[in-house]
Every structure is written in C-alpha cells, then in structure tokens.
Design a protein around this ligand. Sequence first.
Ligand code: CO8
Length: 256
Amino acid sequence: MIRSEREGDVVTLVIDRAEALNALNHATLAELGAALESIAADTSIGAVVVTGAGEKAFVAGADIAAMETMSAAEAKQFAALGQSVFRRFELLPQPVIAAVNGFALGGGLELALACDLIIAAANARFGQPEINLGIIPGFGATQRLPRRIGVARARQMIYSGDMIDAEEALRIGLINRMTGVGEAADTARQLAASLAAKAPLAMRQAKASVGVAGELDLDTGCRYESEAFGLCFATEDRSEGMRAFLEKRKAVFSGK
Ligand code: CO8
C-alpha cells in the first residue's frame, strides 16, 4: 500500500508493506504509478520524497513470494511494469528524493536509482542480490547502476549480490548524503522543501537537462541544454530572480 502525505509543497510517498519489508508486488507498483500520475498533473507540488514504512527497510526488493510462481512471460510483464513506473519518477517534472531508511535491495535499490537524489540513514544497506535467486535485476539496475557508480563497481554489485553499507555508498557516489538512524525522511523532507521553494519551471528544465546527460552525445546534450536555457528566459521567474539579485533581496518565485 502507498500512503501519500502532503506538507506544504512537498508530497511524501510511503511504501507501506512493513510485514514484507515493503517488497514491491503488482498492486504496490500499480498504486505507485497512480500516485505519480496525480503528482505529475499537480503544479502546486514542488518536490517529492519516497520512503519505506518502518526503520528496517526502504524496499527489500520485488516480492519474491509473488515472483516464485511466475512464468517467463509474466516475469517479463512484471519487469516492464516496474520499469515503466520507475521511469515515471525520472519523467516527473518535480525533483524526487529517495529517503532510504534501511534495506534498499534489488527492486528497492532500482527504485532509489530512478530518483534524483538519495539520502540514506547510517543503517541503510544497498545491494542487487538477484544473482543469489538465479535471476538478474529487472527494474533497470543493469542500466542505471553503471551510469550512477561506473561500470566496474556496478559489475561488482550485480555479479556478487553483496550488500554495501551507507558509508561505502556515500564514498562511491551512490548516495548524496548520510544521516543518523531514523533521520533520513526528515532530512529528505527539509531538502525537498528547499527545492520546492526554487523557481519550478527552471527546476523542471534542470531535471530534464541532467536527465538526458547519460543518453545523448555531448553536442546533442549541449544543444538540448541551450534550448532549455532559452526557455527559462521566457519565464517571469527568471525576471524576478535576476531583479531580486540586483535589488539585493530574496526572490519570490510564482512558477510563471
Ligand atoms: N519479497 C518478499 N518478502 C520479503 C522480501 C522480498 N523481497 N524481503 C523480505 N521479505 C519478508 C520475509 O520473507 C519475511 O517474511 P515472514 O516474516 O513472513 O517470514 C519478512 O519480510 C522479514 O524478512 P526476514 O525475516 O528475512 O528479515 P531479516 O532481517 O532476517 O533479513 C533481508 C532481511 C536481508 C532484507 C532479507 O529479508 C532478504 O534477503 N530479503 C530479500 C532481498 C532480496 O533478495 N531482494 C531482491 C529481490 S529480487 C528483485 O528485487 C528483482 C527486481 C526485478 C524484478 C523483475 C521482475 C521479474
């Protein structure tokens, strides 16, 4: 089950299947997808946090009990569902922060990888243990993990199935920040509120431009950036931002 909690301009999505360490089954993924659809359409939401219920797990992976009886065709369909839901995180106009409060394994790490930023508590553990189940990652890790931490480290994690701790994750650039135990969600919400206070149209262009960085050659990517840069100049927020700087006051952005 997905709980959606709103505080000001920030929505927190809580994956709440604590009895299975928040493992993702078909229904949970579908609910997550539906929640993202309404967030994408709501311009009053400035940033999103996604986290897991309880202190023990962010998400311990796709639901192994549900996968156990799947045929090859059903497994392929399940992988496609997870991939399309996670892709929606990347395509949301708002920035998304994963607040990792324990195990982020398999599909759980893949979910975090689809978020813009990852904040993790000191007790967080990350891994792609699929190889130990006789399968491989199916929600995008073979593609997003090498882009995030480099091919050598991604191979090590995906081939070994071993977990790494939050300190190691910070050292190799998998996560952005480490917090005390139990503090990841609050820290993520504070960061989300500060991002929600920025000019939303510029934030959207920043997210989209960085989003294509791993996919385009440098010249095409830079052309994409100059288009996005130009679009920012058509907004009232850029006039306000520049005027406020020159008048030595804090900018008040309207999202126009
Ligand atoms: N799926 C279903 N149930 C789970 C999962 C899971 N991924 N993880 C934990 N649970 C359940 C346990 O079965 C247990 O249930 P019960 O209390 O009814 O016995 C409960 O959660 C608590 O778990 P543990 O007793 O195992 O807790 P421990 O503290 O002993 O261990 C671990 C915690 C280390 C996180 C351990 O639970 C574990 O190893 N979990 C599985 C991790 C894993 O292998 N994840 C990867 C799954 S595969 C995947 O994500 C592929 C994604 C792509 C799919 C593509 C589509 C086909």
